[in-house]
Unconditional design. Structure first.
Length: 68
């Protein structure tokens, strides 16, 4: 599934993902990294310096918001 992420890795984000103001920035970043880049919760957490439980919560929140 994916190797580990080095802390020096740089990821570029397209500006269009930030146009949706109905979701938080963390949620947008997590959704993009998980759905588009195929990263797992642990690797996203390492990249964003967040606990993977926080990443899981953010991902599930944005998915719930998108269903509405």
């Amino acid at each position: 599934m994916g190797g580990s992420v080095e802390t020096t890795q740089e990821v570029e984000f397209p500006s269009y993902i930030f146009k949706d103001r109905s979701v938080a920035v963390l949620e947008i970043l997590v959704e993009y990294l998980k759905d588009t880049k195929g990263m797992n919760y642990h690797d996203i957490g390492v990249l964003l310096n967040r606990d993977e439980r926080t990443i899981w919560t953010a991902y599930n929140r944005v998915k719930a918001k998108r269903k509405k």
